[in-house]
Design a protein around this ligand. Structure first.
Ligand SMILES: [Zn+2]
Length: 109
């Protein structure tokens, strides 16, 4: 069995970026990039949508599946593996919150 390489190549081919869900700001597509999940309409000619979230929070990478849930429900289920500044692991749900024009993920205990 050796089909892994081809699948990976398809996943990383520029235009066909991994769509994780619908943008809560403009209804556009939220795609996965190297460090962010962000709206595809970020360019000025596309409406300059500011929706963008960092992929890594408290040293844990948010998976595309978790991000999809956050985009659909406004928050995730309880996720494990976050690490505090003191170096302690903790689990928390993530809630999508908007402040001014920007979005953040907030930890829910
Ligand atoms: Zn958008």
């Amino acid at each position: 069995m050796c089909f892994g390489v081809i699948e990976i190549a398809v996943l990383f081919k520029g235009e066909d970026m991994n769509v994780v869900g619908k943008c809560p700001n403009c209804g556009g597509k939220v795609v996965e990039s190297k460090f962010f999940y962000g709206c595809q309409n970020w360019r000025k000619e596309d409406g300059a949508c500011p929706f963008k979230l960092q992929k890594t929070l408290a040293q844990k990478k948010i998976s595309p599946l978790d991000m999809r849930e956050i985009l659909e429900q406004g928050e995730s289920k309880k996720l494990q593996g976050f690490k505090s500044k003191k170096g302690e692991f903790f689990s928390a749900a993530l809630k999508l919150v908007k402040m001014e024009r920007y979005w953040f993920l907030k930890f829910l205990p």
